[in-house]
Design a binder for this molecule. Structure first.
Ligand code: BG6
Length: 294
């Protein structure tokens, strides 16, 4: 489908297909409600600007747009495992979906002018090497006054399929030290740096050092607040919310991340993390994050 679109214009929808740095195909979507950019590699959204607001997502100015390399920033899809593979740590961190080319399987505009973009990834000889299951992963973006991102995992094989996953959103903030994250008080977390459990007491989570925590949440409502905007996040069906900022030292270790990039981003991720969950044969598992700027 992507190959046949190239350009599509109506009064309420403008779509262009471009190539980033001559390598990666991406769609540029403009409607009266929002501007968005989404790449076929990784079903990776790199821009979302609702009308009368500024960019919601942080995209690294040093991000690489090359085949089989994950794009730094925007909304990477971590699937079918989150973090290191539990049995084979030599496999790619956060799974292969973010480095794989998806198919554009549907694109439609609703009466309320929101646009739904559906992308799919199916099992292949390549995915069987590290993940011996037949699957269909569907990523559904609804781009309108809000942005919703849904991952639908279907197990097409005959045995239970173990997965963990994340919608790894990088939010753009003015200044991380003045940024607050609300909605996690009284939630327990696993601190990936100290390797111990903790409990969030304060209603506001503030940032003054490297942070890498997996909070236990369920249908969380969270708010990222900085001078420029308040980003309201509603999640569905997750069992974890991951909060990550690499701070200064780790930023310097990443070649696709500016040394001072950590000042302007905060990752808040809807996830199934920790113990993998099993999707029964023929069943579907949904994970969803919906983002609204207030
Ligand atoms: C977060 C993890 O989700 O992603 C961190 O909690 C990790 O531990 C971060 O460092 C970035 O991962 P990557 O593979 O994109 O560099």
């Amino acid at each position: 489908m992507f190959d046949t679109i190239e350009k599509f214009n109506t009064n309420t929808l403008n779509i262009e297909c471009n190539q980033r740095d001559g390598h990666l195909d991406y769609l540029v979507i403009d409607t009266p409600l929002a501007h968005a950019e989404v790449h076929l590699q990784g079903a990776h959204l790199t821009s979302y600007i609702p009308k009368a607001a500024s960019e919601v997502l942080w995209l690294s100015p040093l991000a690489k747009f090359e085949k089989q390399i994950a794009i730094r920033g925007g909304i990477p899809i971590c699937w079918p495992w989150f973090g290191k593979h539990p049995e084979y740590p030599q496999l790619a961190q956060h799974g292969f979906a973010r480095n794989s080319r998806f198919k554009l399987s549907n694109l439609e505009q609703a009466d309320d002018l929101s646009v739904t973009v559906t992308m799919t990834l199916s099992s292949s000889d390549i995915t069987f090497e590290g993940f011996p299951y037949s699957f269909l992963l569907t990523v559904i973006f609804v781009i309108g006054e809000s942005l919703s991102v849904e991952l639908l995992t279907e197990n097409c094989s005959n045995s239970p399929m173990p997965i963990s996953q994340a919608i790894h959103s990088y939010f753009s903030v003015d200044d991380i030290v003045k940024t607050k994250l609300l909605g996690l008080s009284n939630h327990s977390y696993w601190d990936q740096l100290a390797l111990k459990e903790g409990k969030q007491i304060d209603s506001e989570l503030k940032f003054d050092q490297e942070t890498d925590r997996i909070y236990q949440t369920s249908n969380a409502h969270l708010d990222v607040i900085c001078d420029r905007h308040r980003i309201h996040i509603e999640q569905e069906n997750e069992n974890a919310s991951v909060v990550w900022n690499p701070w200064e030292n780790k930023s310097k270790l990443m070649s696709d991340f500016p040394d001072s990039g950590y000042k302007h981003m905060l990752c808040v991720e809807a996830a199934h993390a920790g113990e993998r969950i099993f999707v029964a044969p023929g069943e579907q598992l949904s994970l969803k994050q919906c983002i609204t700027v207030r």
